[in-house]
Structures are given as C-alpha cells and as structure tokens.
Design a protein around this ligand. Structure first.
Ligand code: OOG
Ligand code: NI
Length: 465
C-alpha cells in the first residue's frame, strides 16, 4: 500500500461519528429529537446575529457546528483503556487532559480523546470522554475480587477491529475499504446490549456499591452512554426541552450565561429506564431494569488560561459553598442567581479577557497591517500595541475540552444523588492512569498556549514580511 491510497484520519473520524450518531438515534429516539431542536435553534441564532456568524466564520467553527458532538464511555480495565487509545488513534484522536472524578464521588478517572490540530478539529470535531473504573476504590474485598474476575473475562473489541488497528499502526493508515470495515467493527464496542453478563444478584451487589460500577461491570461492553450536540444558545434549548416534554436536569452545569461565553455550559435529560435480561440458569432468565443512557446538550465558549480557570473555580466554589454543595431542584433558581452575581467580577468583553490574560485567542492581521511601517522588526512584546493600533484583531479560541465539576454533575444527575454523595479522598492518580493508557495525556492549558503562540508567530511573520 502507498500512502496515497489511505483515507485521512479525519475521514475515518467523521464516518465513525456519523454511524455512531445514526445508531444512537435508533437506540435512543429522544436523541434524534434533541438533534432537531438544537439544529433549529442554531439556525435561528445564526440568522439573528450577524456578528456571531462572522465570528464563527473567522474561526472556522461554522462549518463544523452541525456535525459537532461528543460522547462518553466508561471502561473497566487497563487493557480496555490501552486498546481504546490505539483504536482512537486510527481516527486521529488523542488523549487530552486528566480528569479525576473520584473527589466528586464517582470512582473513575478520565481523559478526552479528540483531534489536536485546529484544522483537523474543524473538519471533524468528534470527541469521546473516556473514563476508567477505579477498581482499587471498591472497599469490599470480595466484591472487588468478583469485579476483577468478571472484567478479566471480557473482550470488548472484535477480532477484526483489533486486526485493523494493528494493520493501521504497521502501514500508517487504512484504505477506504478497510476504513469502512474498521468503523463498522469499532461500532460494535459501543453498542447497547440488553442482556447482562451477570445474574441479578451480582447486579444488585454491584449497584449497591455504586450505580456506576454496575453500569461498567454488568455488561458486555462500554455502551455509548450519551451523544451531545453543540448549541449556540443553551438557555433557549433548556426552555424548549421543557416545552417538548423532554425532562431536563435541574440546572445548567458550568459558568452562568454571559455576553462572551466562557468554557462550557451543559445540560442533559435523564437516563432512560431500559429492560435488561439477567443471566441465570438458562431456562430461568430474570428481567430487570437499568438506567444508563441519556441525552446532553452543550454550549462552548472561550478557552481560559490557568489564571482564568483559577478565577472560574474560585467563583464556582464560592457559589456552591454558599448553597451547601451541588444545586438541587429546590435551590436551582437561588443557585443561578447567586452564580450570576458572583461572576460579575469576571470580565465580560474580549478585549479585557485578552489584556488580563484570562482567555486564549487566535490573532489575525488586518488590512491595515499591509501598510505598517517597516522600520523595525516586530516581536511578541509588540502584540498589545499592534492590537491597539488595529494592525491585529482577535477571536477567542473555543474551549475543546471538559470540566471535572460539570462532568461529576452530569454523572450524578444520571446515577441518582445518593451515589454522588460518596467520598473518595486523596485519590487522584494521573500516573496510574497514564500507565494504563500507555502514554502521557496532553496537558490541557499547554495545548491552547501552543495554538495561541502559533497564531501570534504567523501574524508577526506576515507583518515583518
Ligand atoms: C461522562 C460524563 C462526562 C461531560 O460532558 O462532562 C461528560 C459519563 O457520564 O460517563 O460526558
Ligand atoms: Ni458529556
């Protein structure tokens, strides 16, 4: 095979995202309805705001909006994480960030697999939030041993998928035909199975330890548990969901509504109750129910620097502390009001976000820059002056990742609040995670820092040319 015969990772990723979305639409019809709703609202928002449209055009995000989505899976053992990394690599997805959910009461740690170049991201923005069960946090020794045995005996990947991963690694890519086989085979791993691999008694034991443990351990594979389209106005979607009888969770996770959105705001609808057949002596199967799969919507805003993230967390924690932890149905309105109040100190215009170094930006040269005096060589220290004199303009970089507190809130709203109250202390273990993954994760802020630098270097080259 020569390289020319291979399709691009972007092609494979888009193809996979598409067939996954089609499968999920069939499995969870409300997801399809949600897609339509988001699509309609995005169209309205774009037709109402020329400014927003131009902004999305400049950053290259407009073309990707309708194909943009993320999903989530929960894995059980190191081999699964290691192999999932190899599988995603075939589609040009790499692990970015480490998220410890244990401190928030969910016994997993996680990363996000996604594209890491902005052109690649704009062509195929599919991401998968991937968590790994922390078996070491199960305190009941007998149950822990049972979990290990059950997981040891499962193979979540098909033979053919494994073979094509090998082939892609060896040859540096896949032909169109092999890519099609690959995405179909990979999809098998994400499919829902309505037959559990354990009997009802074991399922109950797992459930009683933590609802999430049952979801990971009792099934044949890591069914995709949600897919999330990106909206341009999450408040509108939240209201319209209620009007369409899609029951949304009580509050939107993340920062409050702002003129200049930052990071990520998310809401979801509750997991479906699904019929499951449990293993027993074959004649005597037992029926039961399981809740795992839900729908989610997200609105993305500007990526924040470490300084911005620190301020975000400070204001969020201040708000949570004041109302006594995670918001509930009863105090959601009070929480939202307090959140908006507390965030008044977070600058809400791009020029201040830039000058205070709270957010990351793409830099562009203006037409005026063509006529700039060439009497000196401009460097990074001149950037703010060049901006002020209209030789440069900025666009915020979109936040491509996730938020641990929000993720825990999404987990909790679908697992039942009792589980979320559990505490696992002092357990963050990125080293263990990276060992199991077989590779270090990309550091979150460094990725944005590098992208911003790249765009500044490009502008300076244009100006100095
Ligand atoms: C993942 C929850 C995290 C998000 O958008 O923050 C997530 C899960 O429930 O498995 O997808
Ligand atoms: Ni999600």
């Amino acid at each position: 095979n020569t390289t020319e015969e291979f399709v691009s990772p972007e092609y494979i990723r888009n193809r996979f995202s598409k067939i996954m979305s089609n499968m999920y639409k069939e499995e969870v019809p409300l997801y399809g309805e949600l897609l339509d709703l988001v699509h309609d609202i995005n169209k309205d928002v774009l037709s109402e705001s020329k400014e927003l449209k131009e902004h999305l055009d400049r950053t290259g995000e407009k073309t990707r909006l309708n194909m943009e989505r993320h999903g989530a899976i929960r894995l059980g053992k190191p081999y699964e994480l290691f192999t999932m990394r190899r599988l995603f690599k075939v589609m040009g997805m790499y692990s970015v960030g480490y998220y410890d959910l244990a401190t928030a009461g969910v016994p997993v740690h996680a990363t996000a697999f996604r594209a890491i170049e902005s052109t690649a991201l704009n062509q195929a923005p599919f991401r998968v939030f991937t968590s790994l069960l922390r078996v070491d946090l199960i305190d009941n020794e007998q149950l822990r041993n049972n979990v290990e045995t059950i997981l040891e005996n499962r193979q979540i990947f098909t033979e053919k998928a494994l073979q094509l991963i090998d082939q892609s690694e060896k040859e540096g890519g896949l032909t169109k035909e092999d890519a099609e086989t690959f995405v179909q085979e990979a999809l098998e791993t994400f499919r829902w199975h309505d037959t559990a691999t354990v009997d009802y008694e074991m399922y109950e034991a797992l459930l009683n330890q933590h609802r999430l443990i049952a979801d990971v351990v009792a099934f044949k594979g890591p069914h995709i548990n949600h897919l999330t389209p990106r909206t341009l106005d999450i408040d509108k979607v939240q209201i319209s969901m209620e009007a369409r009888n899609i029951p949304p969770k009580d509050n939107i996770e993340g920062p409050p509504a702002r003129k200049c959105p930052i990071l990520l705001r998310q809401t979801s609808f509750k997991a479906l109750t699904e019929k499951v057949t449990f293993k027993n002596n074959v004649q005597n199967e037992e029926m039961g129910e399981h809740k795992a799969r839900f729908g989610e919507i997200e609105q993305r805003g500007a990526a924040l620097t470490q300084k911005g993230l620190d301020l975000y967390h400070e204001l969020l924690n201040k708000t949570r502390k004041a109302i006594g932890g995670s918001p509930t149905a009863e105090n959601a309105a009070e929480y939202n009001q307090l959140l908006a109040e507390n965030f008044k100190v977070f600058p809400d215009n791009y020029s201040e976000l830039q000058s205070e170094e709270l957010a990351y930006f793409h830099y562009f040269t203006t037409d005026k820059a063509k006529k700039i005096a060439k009497d000196k060589k401009y460097t990074k220290v001149d950037i703010n002056q060049l901006l002020e004199n209209d030789y440069l303009t900025i666009e915020p970089m979109v936040y491509e990742d996730f938020l641990p507190v929000s993720a825990a809130g999404i987990f909790a709203s679908n697992l039942g609040t009792d589980d979320a109250k559990r505490e696992y202390q002092g357990t963050s273990n990125q080293e263990l995670f990276e060992n199991d993954l077989g590779e270090p994760v990309y550091k979150l802020t460094k990725w944005y820092e590098d992208m911003q630098d790249e765009s500044i270097v490009k502008c300076l080259a244009e100006i100095n040319a």
